[in-house]
Design a protein around this ligand. Structure first.
Ligand code: KG4
Ligand code: ZN
Length: 332
């Protein structure tokens, strides 16, 4: 089953053709991130306007690169939410138009479910259930216990900022560009992760939840109280270390609570972080699966087409109804 997917929830405009949830025939991503590098974050109106400019060229390129035609495509998928309303509307409108012109069914995909499927892209043979998935992006930070693609429970979540948001806000305090995650990771190269002490969030709390706002505040006060300019490599390395230790502390706890789990997956924009990957590999006792390409960590449409296939496989015709009726459908 070949699915053409769209993802336009924030500042990426993406289209992709994926077969059976795993074989990627094409994956095109246009981004307006550079526009926001100095502003510290995305300006929703501007992101939506750039979605409108990019959506048709991205669709054409995704089809051209796949070597397929509309008659080869079995279904259309799009991110139905959550995300920026204007941006989401562009992808949903494009998906609806293509679906009705080509007479193909339309499957709406929750953005997080897309990220959860991203480890299956190009390496399905390595992935198995039950698994624990740490899903960390600019909009959410969750730990999932999953028994299938569409069945699972959220066993931990952030109480305030998302992990990616903590990177973005930290970068802004340090005068680094948006998005903050890659900027902090680059600045931290060669730095001492123990040079500046940061508190451990939720110390003594027995849940698997996260809290990042205290780390951001600690960074703010550390910078305020400094007698001289900070050593950028050391302070970014220390801040990155504190964020990644908190993520891995909760992950290690989760693994110990679910001994039947055989592998841990990390997905979402923050899973591109190499320091996080090395800490997870070092501290978790079971195999760690990350998306095959860094481009599958951050927002992309291949993960949406993949999730749509698995939704269809596990719930059949209900997958199409879900687009209209799901409670998490913030859009239509
Ligand atoms: O999944 P994503 O592309 O979009 C959302 O669904 O939010 O994640 C974007 C987030 C941003 O906060 C960005 O700073 C973070 O992922 N990010 C990283 C890295 N690359 C992207 N965080 C840490 N290290 C990275 N290398
Ligand atoms: Zn995302």
């Amino acid at each position: 089953m070949k699915i053409l997917g769209f993802e336009t929830s924030c500042d990426e405009t993406a289209a992709s053709v994926v077969e059976n949830g795993t074989t990627v025939h094409s994956s095109i991503i246009a981004t307006s991130k550079e526009t926001f590098s100095a502003s510290g974050g995305v300006i929703p109106e501007q992101a939506a306007r750039m979605q409108v400019e990019s959506i048709v060229p991205v669709l054409h390129q995704a089809l051209d690169n796949s070597g397929l035609t509309c008659s080869d495509v079995d279904a259309i998928a799009t991110t139905k939410g959550p995300g920026l309303m204007g941006s989401l509307l562009v992808g949903a409108t494009a998906a609806r138009v293509v679906s009705s012109l080509w007479k193909k069914p339309l499957i709406g995909v929750h953005h997080t479910l897309g990220h959860l499927s991203s480890t299956w892209l190009g390496q399905a043979e390595r992935c198995a259930f039950p698994c624990i998935t740490l899903s960390v992006s600019g909009g959410h930070s969750d730990i999932w216990y999953r028994t299938s693609h569409t069945k699972g429970i959220c066993i931990g979540k952030t109480q305030d900022d998302a992990a990616g948001e903590a990177f973005d806000k930290g970068a802004s305090l340090l005068g680094l560009s948006y998005p903050g995650g890659p900027a902090i990771a680059a600045a931290a190269e060669g730095g001492d992760p123990h040079a500046y002490p940061f508190p451990s969030p939720l110390k003594g709390d027995s849940t698997l939840n996260f809290s990042f706002s205290g780390l951001k505040t600690a960074l703010k006060y550390t910078l305020r109280d400094m007698k001289s300019d900070p050593r950028i490599a050391d302070i970014t390395a220390s801040y990155q270390h504190a964020l990644c230790m908190h993520l891995t502390d909760q992950l290690v706890q989760a693994i110990s609570q679910y001994p039947e789990v055989k592998q841990v997956h990390i997905v979402g924009g923050v899973s591109a972080n190499l320091y996080l990957r090395s800490l997870v590999a070092e501290r978790c006792s079971i195999p760690v699966i990350t998306p095959l390409l860094i481009a599958y960590c951050t927002d992309n449409a291949a993960m949406i087409a993949s999730a749509a296939f698995f939704i269809h496989q596990e719930s059949g015709i209900k997958a199409y109804e879900a687009f209209e009726t799901s409670a998490s459908n913030v859009l239509l």
